[in-house]
Design a protein around this ligand. Structure first.
Ligand code: DGT
Ligand code: CA
Ligand code: CA
Ligand code: ZN
Length: 589
């Protein structure tokens, strides 16, 4: 997003907030200015930097607004807006995305019912509290409720890293917790995109096998973390927790496998399975696999013909002549053909990963010292670790990046720390260098030569095609790993556009690994890019980019993303033993 858009968004927020507090006229001038800033051909940065008439050249921008633009360009925020946000702590964008709710209504709802976000709004509407405010009635409350479902959908999909722990918590609660099994529950699994480990999640799907569905529904709707129960029936229910919709379905145990297969999706994968079944005179649906040879009207009902499978998912696939297909592959991208040919990959798993090659300490922007990060990696079970603090460069928070001198000094500190930590773990001295706009690497060659491992990553200027830039970094003789190759942030910025095939060919040629950054905000490379990279012969590295020891646990998100890209252990640099890793690093191509 350009700075002009960012300024315009803030002016629009000003207008909304002024309107919410009942200020007249002023909101219109903010909106007009926002429109003109957005459309202005020159960037606000260049207008602020230039010595001409500055930002006041933009129509509708007078002295007061100009000062705010300068403030934003120089500091990244506008003090007065921060104050407004503190005074009226509402999620203005989310609330006004509900049809019929404007800024003024947001102000009233906050004053009367302390409604701050969509969750609060939904709860208040369901509890019929809105109709009691003067100026509202039952009809406007019903309209708001109808609009909320749309607004949730229009809002962003949740990150896997947020939805997954929430889903696991729900699963454990419904199953009866750690110690005490819930007797009504025979089996219980997460399904849907969460089970496929998609990087973003529309809603969480929980499937339970039980002969007492009403007891299961009751336990589900009683979950202490639920903010609202959206609906509850005899074998189905939905709730919302932490802004995430969670759907429950209860089925009888003999249909659990078929339901799990169906509700895991993806939809297109299921269609592929069903088409294959039809060729074999079988009917496949969420209730089972049925032999319909000799059945007059196969469409007479859901359970027609003779049941041949349904209790287990493996049985479902077996009935249509396929091996079990791992959920991460079920995206209708050739997995059924591969299964038929006996060519499904033997996917990498978290146990195969032996070390982390991208980790920060408090020498740069990490939260803990070198010793803590080494001890944490050993405790996590790693056999080796590379410390790769940020080198100074564009996009790195001021004063956190290391100079060449700092890096020389840190080498000794890493060696001392490794000796001090009482654990069997090999520690490499590395750096995360910046890949500049022209593909240059932001650390002196004399320093790079002395390091065991060099991660190079893009941190700024993340617009447009970055293929030449990344390939240039790959060609640098000291670079070993390209960190978060696109620089994307899920739901926030798309990052560089890359021709992954070209990047991967270069990486393969020069013996450079491409990272799958396991941070759930990044997952960069994506599963799709991993697949392209591997097919072009590249090696990948699954790293956490941990800034504190607890983040070593994020590894699984990277591993499952690699699995979505059909990666086997042999494709993963840090699944090699330490000698194998050293051989890769020493091979200067
Ligand atoms: P999401 O929630 O948008 O992240 O994605 P999913 O895949 O979890 O989709 P969801 O929650 O709408 O439905 C769960 C699964 O149920 C989906 O992956 C496949 C199956 N499913 C749902 N609706 C249909 C349908 O109309 N046809 C077929 N074949 N499968 C469906
Ligand atoms: Ca779902
Ligand atoms: Ca769903
Ligand atoms: Zn990093």
């Amino acid at each position: 997003m350009s700075r002009n858009d960012a300024v315009a968004d803030r002016f629009e927020e000003f207008a909304d907030r002024l309107e919410a507090t009942g200020v007249e006229y002023k909101p219109q001038s903010y909106r007009r200015a926002a429109e003109n800033v957005r459309a202005h051909p020159e960037s606000v940065e260049s207008l602020v930097a230039g010595d001409g008439e500055g930002v006041e050249a933009i129509e509708g921008v007078g002295e007061a607004l100009a000062a705010k633009i300068v403030e934003y360009v120089e500091t990244g925020e506008i003090e007065e807006l921060e104050e407004f946000r503190a005074e009226l702590p509402v999620d203005m964008a989310a609330l006004t995305s509900v049809e019929g709710v404007g800024p003024k209504t947001v102000g009233t709802l906050y004053d009367e019912l302390a409604i701050e976000d969509l969750d609060d709004l939904e709860t208040a509407a369901r509890e019929e509290k809105i109709r009691e405010i003067s100026g509202f009635g039952a009809t406007s409350e019903e309209n708001i409720l109808a609009g909320i479902e749309f607004a949730w959908q229009a809002n962003e999909r949740s990150l896997l890293g947020d939805a997954r722990p929430l889903g696991e918590e729900l699963l454990e609660y419904v199953a009866g917790g750690v110690d005490e099994a819930n007797e009504a529950v025979e089996r219980c699994e997460l399904a849907g995109s969460l089970r496929r480990w998609r990087e973003t999640i529309g809603d969480v799907d929980l499937l339970v096998a039980s002969d007492d569905p009403e007891a299961v529904v009751e336990r589900f709707t009683d979950w202490g973390r639920a903010d609202t129960v959206i609906e509850a029936g005899t074998s189905k229910a939905s709730l919302r927790a932490n802004g995430v919709r969670m759907d429950l379905r209860v089925v009888v145990p003999e249909e659990f496998g078929s339901a799990l297969q169906y509700f895991t999706g993806s939809r297109d994968h299921n269609i592929g399975v069903r088409n294959r079944a039809i060729e074999r005179d079988l009917k496949v649906n969420e209730y089972g696999v049925f032999d319909i040879s000799g059945v007059d009207d196969p469409d007479a009902g859901q359970r027609v013909g003779e049941r041949v499978a349904g209790e287990t998912e493996a049985g479902m696939y077996e009935a249509v002549g396929l091996p079990h297909i791992p959920p991460e592959l079920r995206e209708d991208s050739g997995e059924i053909d591969a299964a038929v040919a006996g060519e499904l990959p033997d996917l990498v798993d978290a146990d195969a990963v032996r070390g982390d090659l991208h980790v920060h300490t408090d020498w740069s922007d990490g939260k803990d010292g070198i010793e803590e990060m080494i001890a944490g990696a050993a405790a996590f079970g790693h056999e080796y670790l590379a410390i790769t603090d940020h080198a100074a460069g564009p996009g790195i928070v001021a004063d956190t990046g290391l100079s060449d001198d700092d890096l020389r000094e840190q080498r000794d500190a890493i060696e001392d720390a490794a000796a001090a930590v009482d654990a069997e773990i090999d520690v490499l001295c590395g750096v995360e260098a910046n890949i500049d706009a022209d593909g240059a690497v932001s650390v002196g060659d004399g320093v790079l030569d002395k390091l065991d491992l060099v991660v190079a990553s893009p941190h700024s200027g993340l617009d447009g095609d970055g293929t030449d830039r990344i390939v240039a970094a790959i060609e640098h003789p000291s670079v070993d790993v390209i960190g978060h190759p696109t620089g994307r942030y899920l739901n926030r910025r798309p990052g560089l556009e890359l021709d992954f095939e070209r990047v991967a060919r270069a990486a393969a040629k020069h013996g450079v690994a491409l990272e799958v950054n396991a941070n759930p905000s990044r997952l960069d490379l994506s599963g799709g890019a991993v697949r392209t990279a591997i097919e072009a012969g590249a090696t990948i590295a699954v790293d956490t980019d941990a800034h504190r020891p607890a983040s070593y646990e994020l590894l699984r998100y990277g591993v499952h993303t690699a699995r979505r890209g059909w990666a086997e252990a042999g494709d993963v640099l840090n699944a090699r033993d330490f000698d194998g890793l050293r051989a890769f690093l020493d091979n200067e191509a």
